[in-house]
Each structure stands twice: as C-alpha cells, then as structure tokens.
Design a protein around this ligand. Structure first.
Ligand code: FDA
Length: 393
C-alpha cells in the first residue's frame, strides 16, 4: 500500500472513481480504497445490467434534499453532456430508452471498464478488499488505518454511498465518519423502493401479481406518470419507486391507472354503443383483463353495461383513476435503490463538497443529502459531486 499521497478516496463506486479521475488529471497522486472485492458493484447491477448512466434532462428539480439549491453548482459544472463525451471517447455505444434515460447498448461493465481505464491513465492506485478501521486528523491532513496498513494524505474524499442493499457491502460508514468530525447527519430512509400493503389488501390484490399498467401515482402535489407493477408484496414499478421517495409512513398515495384515458367517458360511451357488454369486457379493452375483472369485482358491480346507472359507472371509473391506497411500509434498504437524507448539505461547500469545518475532508455521492429521481439522475449526481471534489482537492 502506498503510504503517502495527495488524496485518499474511500469508496470505489461511481462518485469515488470520478473524483479519483478528476484529481489525478489535475496532477494529484490518488489512492482509492474499497472494502469490496470489485469496484463499482452498483454500477454493474444498475439499469438491469445496462446502467442508466445519466439523464439528458437532469437538473436540480430532479433531486430531493433539505436544501434544493445545494446540488445546483456541481450539476452545472459536470453535465450529462460531459459524461456522454467521456462515454463516447471510450467508444461505448448507448441509447435513450425513455424520458431522457441513457443506457449502455451492451453492458454496465463497459462503464466500470471506462472508469478503471481513466484511473489507470492518471495513475490513481486502487486497493480493493481493504477494511477501514479508523480515520484521524493529523497535522498534514488525514491518516486512514486499514487492514493493509496506514496511509496518509492532505485530502480525504469519502464516497462510501448510502445504506441501500447491505448485501452488496453498503455500510453507514460515511455517516459515522461525518459524526466523528462533528458534521450533522439528517435522518436517512430508503428511497426508490417498492411499497408494501397490509395483509388484507395484499390478499385481495394477490391475483394481480405480475401485472403492469401505465399509471399516475400522486402524493400531495407530487405525481409521476410511469408504469405501475403489482407484486406479491404490494406495489412497485417506476411510478411507485419514484413516489416512494416522497412518501412517509402513514401517508396515502393516489393511483390513477391509464391516466391518459378518460375512463368515465369511455364507460358511458360503451354503455350507449353496446349495452349488452359486461363492464369487465369494456374495461378489459383498455386494461389487462385480470386487472379489469378485479376492479369491477372490487366495486361489487354486476350485470351488463345497460343495467348500470351512471353513478355505478362513475364509481367504477373512480376505482380505476382515483384509488387512494395507504401502503403499510416499504421493502426497506434490502431493495431500495438509494438512501434519502444523509450528510447535511449545510455542513458542506456546494462548489467543492468540502466540509466547511474540516478543511481537506470531502463527502460526495449518495452519502450526501441529495437524492435523485429514478432514471439516471443518481449517477449524474455521483459523477457531478465526484468531479466537484476532484476539481478542488
Ligand atoms: P456506491 O454505493 O456506488 O459506492 C460506494 C462504494 O463504497 C462501494 O464500492 C462500497 O463497496 C464502498 N464502501 C462502502 N462502505 C465502505 C467501507 N466501510 N469501507 C470501504 N469501502 C466502503 N442510479 C442511476 O442513476 N441509474 C441506474 O440505472 C441505477 N440503478 C440502480 C440499481 C440498483 C439495484 C441500485 C441499488 C441502485 C441503482 N442506482 C442507479 C443508484 C446508484 O447505484 C447510486 O446512486 C450510486 O451507485 C451512488 O454512487 P456512490 O459512489 O455514492 O456509492
């Protein structure tokens, strides 16, 4: 292990590798430590193995934080176009899937290979399988004690991510270290996570497990239009993951299925045109058949369209497009894609990510209280905050 360097980065994930690359490009000697056996494990599994590495529409509005202005500076100085230029420079083919989300054509491993190649070019030294046992402030900067010996540097960048997916090595390391140095840590909770339902409701929707439909999910004034997925545990799919970051225990969310279609008008027209059809058949023209049947049965509606008063049709339509559900909880950090909350941005300089009270100490990526929507925003924050720190160490 190299004993002395200008910069030590703890965490060889998206943010840490980007910081190492930028610092190395500026001529800094960089040592990067990670307890895992491989770097960028979350990149590897991201985007279903294709890594949704950025979002071309990424902007401050796509991030949650106690201070929504904090992310602006870093996001402005390393943009999706900057990351795309890096990807293009390595000849990695990509495509836009939907809503500005960019994915690798082939494999997320291409992104990891790219970052490792860039680190090699600038001479950043990576130590994997390295447990960190302590960090202390010394006169010349910081001393990090590890299972492979001690190392020292004038700057220390902490990029150990959040608590999501502990099975993959996620730890609360960054939060503990922040507290050790007197930085405030805001309450953390799982984000971009499936929501669970209580056993009674779950039993009634059990036959729907596996069914997906376009939906709008609302929580207060926040709404997302993407796919909704019924699962064996409750509700999932991109629309639910998105709203989960806004949802709090005890709150309701309002589900509108096929929000682009006026279901009430559709039912009334169908009644006029062909009253002998069943409501299941009419709804089944728009929705998956099993879902249509469930929704009709849930409203205890029977008979043909001609038999149904308009009031019943409106009730049925409301069941489809104004369904208030109170989730019992979330699947937690076990499956959450991100951790909300974390190191209070008030303690950090938004241009450099440096702790205001501890010169030379930087926090970047997911451990900071900046959390993106689903769709490539979280990696964009990792790249941008990593770049910001790498630019200033
Ligand atoms: P990250 O977690 O990537 O890296 C932290 C590193 O620190 C790891 O290498 C870890 O081993 C190391 N570490 C942790 N504790 C340590 C300790 N005590 N000692 C030493 N090392 C330690 N985002 C997105 O924009 N597009 C996408 O497609 C996806 N897809 C996705 C899928 C799944 C299943 C998950 C769980 C998450 C996503 N995300 C995503 C979110 C994205 O993965 C996440 O926001 C970034 O990886 C965060 O990058 P960081 O570098 O901050 O942490």
């Amino acid at each position: 292990m190299q004993r002395k360097s200008d910069v030590i980065v703890i965490g060889a994930g998206a943010a840490g590798m980007m910081a190492a690359i930028r610092a190395g490009k500026r001529g800094r000697s960089v040592v990067i430590l990670d307890h895992a056996r491989a770097p960028g494990e979350k990149i590897r599994i991201s985007g279903g193995g294709r890594c949704n590495f950025t979002n071309i529409y990424s902007g401050p509005k796509n991030f949650l934080s106690a201070n929504p202005h904090f992310c602006k500076s870093a996001l402005a100085r390393f943009t999706p176009a900057d990351f795309i230029a890096m990807v293009d420079g390595h000849g990695i083919a990509w495509h836009e899937k939907t809503l500005g989300q960019l994915f690798c054509d082939d494999s997320a491993k291409d992104i990891i290979r790219m970052l490792l190649a860039e680190m090699r070019i600038v001479g950043a030294v990576l130590h994997l399988g390295t447990e960190i046992s302590g960090v202390e402030k010394i006169e010349s900067g910081f001393r990090v004690s590890t299972s492979e010996g001690n190392c020292e540097a004038s700057s220390l960048i902490v990029a150990t991510g959040g608590k999501s997916i502990p099975k993959m090595g996620a730890t609360g390391f960054a939060y503990r270290l922040a507290e050790q140095f007197g930085l405030a840590v805001l309450e953390t909770r799982p984000g971009l996570v499936p929501l669970t339902l209580d056993p009674g409701l779950l039993e009634s929707i059990a036959p729907l497990a596996g069914i997906a439909a376009p939906a709008e999910i609302r929580h207060g004034r926040t709404a997302f239009r993407e796919a909704l997925l019924f699962t064996h545990r409750g509700l999932s799919g991109p629309a639910i993951l998105q709203i989960s970051s806004y949802w709090r225990e005890g709150d309701e969310v309002v589900v509108s299925i096929e929000p682009d279609i006026d279901i009430a008008a559709h039912l009334k027209t169908a009644k006029q045109l062909n009253g002998r059809q069943s409501p299941q058949t009419v709804l089944g023209d728009i929705l998956p058949k099993r879902l249509a049947q469930f929704l009709v049965e849930r409203e205890k509606i029977s008979g043909n369209m001609a038999d149904l008063p308009d009031k019943a049709l409106l009730r049925l339509a409301a069941g489809v497009q104004n369904w208030a559900v109170k989730p019992s909880g979330s699947e937690g950090y076990r499956t959450a894609e991100v951790t909300l909350g974390g190191i209070d941005t008030a303690a950090l300089d938004s241009r450099s990510m440096e702790a205001k009270a501890v010169p030379g100490l930087y926090f970047i990526g997911e451990c900071v209280d900046v959390t993106g929507w689903l769709g490539g925003y979280n990696f964009q924050w990792a790249w941008a905050s990593g770049f910001a720190a790498g630019e200033c160490v």
